[in-house]
Design a protein around this ligand. Sequence first.
Ligand SMILES: [Cu+2]
Length: 282
Amino acid sequence: MSQNQSKFHGLLFLFFFILGSIASVWVVLRNGWWLPELASDRETIDKIFVTIFIIAGILFVLSELALSYFIFKYAGDARRKAFYLPGTTKKEILWSILPGVLVVMILEISAEFLGGASIWGKIHGEPPKDAFLVEITGEQFAWSIRYPGPDGKFGKVDPKLISYDNPLGIDMSDEASKDDIVFPAGEGVLYLPLNHPVVLLIRSKDVIHSPFIPNFRVKQDAVPGMVTRTWFVPKKEGEYELACAELCGLGHYRMKSLVVVKPMEEVQEWLSQQTPAGDIYW
Ligand SMILES: [Cu+2]
């Protein structure tokens, strides 16, 4: 390859990089591809997302420009003899440490200055005592939803009790089970109170699922054999979508439920109209 040809490749690379960047930005802006409207108290997650997005974007542009410059500057030259470049431990240590320092810096900025550490502590810490409780159980390919009823306690469940009439395996000999409000897979709505902490208890009947409510910035794996938990405060009245964020099988795409956020009185009113488990199961 001649030197001119090689230099031309450097310019071509630069041209397609600029063209590709403009085209991607245009497509994203034109289609409004951005995070859906925030409807919970998790604004910290957006702040961290945007900051990392900007830092990664700048680094991406700088490294692509450098790459194109090097292709141009060190274009092939027929008169130049190829030479052997031995590895140097010093340089290898340097270019391992530099990105390491950068990653730690980004981590530190997110954790300390943008509130990442405190929101992590909050999400994984104890939720407020008066929080609104809901349990969601994933199965291929729908969500079951259970509310604890007026006693505020969920009845015991046992996988051995799972049957056609009792899809969650609720132990009806447990007093706490009788007033539970249960929606079998795919039939429930996640009714949540506005401006009130909500605790989601998450289970799975088969494989790993992951309840994901994009508007709330809430995502937590559902792991068979254990109960996982997350909590947040819905901040905007409206209807949202609960999806599954873990590829769990062929029907994964249709694993969604409706989430409705209403003032607490309306949620209580709606709950009082539902049939308790004691009247359905035996
Ligand atoms: Cu799933």
